[in-house]
Design a protein around this ligand. Structure first.
Ligand code: AMP
Length: 390
């Protein structure tokens, strides 16, 4: 893997694609974690006297009204506070003001360029990787560092476009992600996959890619009920992903010994946190009951499979963790992995949010920051942002 340490950045104009796609409300940043996480790469460039030019997207820009909402200016202010030095914000994505500001930079100066997706208003130039745009942005610097893992599965002008026109490498954030995720390319055995969440359809690619490598796939969450239905269980009013029934039937037939399903679940009659619930054996669900979490026997069953695991990858919560009544399964399994020092990689999105709620995120081996990017990596796809730099 070619990282920032393998490339000469001393006194160079370094273009960095950051992930400053922070949650905003009324023009204010609600969570600045992503900005904080970018500091390691930026500080490394400062230590090497680089001239630093930062790019990022923020939200989606489909119409004029999105411009104001997704202006990157507040990020420049927060970054300035975090770095303890001036960050010059250029409110445009191209043009004389930007070019002059760059021409006048001194080593250790920092510029943040406006939201790259402002270019999407004009024929989706950023998101469709318009070749002229990538070439133009590349012309502003000497080297390119990609440190935005969340968009690495997309071929955009600000990642693939620039990388195709300049000497390029990964920043520390992407290095950390890829180092952890690549352990799953040839995983140590026993290798256990844990899957939960709502829809089977979203996880089909992951199951197909990992089923041959994994020793077991433990399935909980809403998606378990489509598998249980495929096995002819009465699943009451639990979540069912009808279009995936056929897939579930086939995978259960082909890999009967690998797929482990819940044996008991927490059931209720309303999708809410208020209603009482009962734990029921999977044979005993009534037509009006829905399962919203795995039960204690399933937790014990899953732990039994996990106890000898050398590596675990987990995508999707095992219950409706947003309701405190139904986060027990997810939290107990997370705690088990942490308490037993089992190497676990959380595959982005909701399972990372669930680990955060349980104060366990920093205790697991790796919590991936990518949602779609991590999922596509687990599907075994070639990610354009990686291919452009490899
Ligand atoms: P996904 O994005 O597919 O990983 O799905 C995450 C969502 O799955 C979360 O919002 C959970 O509330 C939901 N979920 C997990 N378990 C269940 C369940 N048993 N029934 C309905 N939704 C569930």
């Amino acid at each position: 893997m070619k990282t920032i340490k393998d490339i000469d950045i001393e006194n160079k104009k370094v273009l960095i694609r950051c992930d400053f796609n922070v949650p905003m409300k009324d023009g204010k940043i609600i969570d600045d974690n992503r900005i904080k996480e970018s500091l390691k790469t930026i500080n490394y460039c400062l230590d090497h006297n680089a001239k630093i030019i930062l790019f990022s997207h923020l939200g989606r820009v489909k119409e004029e009204a999105d411009l104001k909402k997704n202006n990157l200016a507040p990020v420049a202010e927060r970054l300035e506070e975090l770095l303890g030095k001036k960050v010059t914000f250029i409110a445009k994505t191209r043009g004389e003001e930007l070019e002059n500001a760059i021409a006048n930079m001194k080593p250790q100066d920092v510029i943040l360029v406006q939201n790259t997706r402002y270019e999407d208003l004009d024929g989706k130039k950023e998101s469709s990787n318009d070749p002229e745009l990538g070439k133009y942005w590349a012309s502003l610097g000497d080297v390119f560092i990609n440190d935005a893992f969340g968009t690495i599965h997309r071929a955009h002008a600000s990642n693939v476009g620039i990388a195709s026109n300049l000497p390029s490498a990964f920043g520390f954030l992407i290095e950390k992600e890829l180092t952890a995720l690549s352990e799953l390319d040839h995983p140590q055995q026993p290798f256990i996959v844990v899957l939960g969440g709502a829809k089977v359809a979203d996880k089909i690619g992951v199951i197909e890619n990992l089923v041959t490598k994994a020793d077991k796939i433990l399935i909980g969450g809403g998606m378990a009920f489509t598998f249980l239905k495929a096995e002819n269980y009465e699943v009451g009013s639990s979540l069912i992903d009808k279009e995936s029934l056929e897939f579930c039937t086939k995978i259960l037939k082909d890999y009967a010994d690998k797929i482990i399903l819940p044996v008991d679940v927490a059931v209720t009659t309303e999708y809410s946190n208020e209603e009482e619930y009962q734990v029921k054996d999977i044979n005993n669900l009534a037509y009006n009951e829905m399962g919203l979490d795995i039960g204690p026997n399933t937790i014990a069953l899953f732990e039994n499979h996990l106890k000898t695991a050398k590596i675990v990858v987990w995508n999707g919560p095992l219950g409706v963790y947003e309701f405190d009544k139904y986060r027990k399964g997810t939290e107990e399994i997370l705690k088990y992995l942490v308490d037993h020092n089992i190497k676990a990689i959380l595959g982005g999105g909701d399972i990372v949010a669930a680990a955060s709620t349980a104060n366990l995120k920093d205790k697991v081996y790796h919590a991936s920051t990518g949602g779609g990017a991590t999922l596509e990596y687990l599907e075994g796809k070639t990610l354009p942002g990686i291919a452009a730099i490899k």
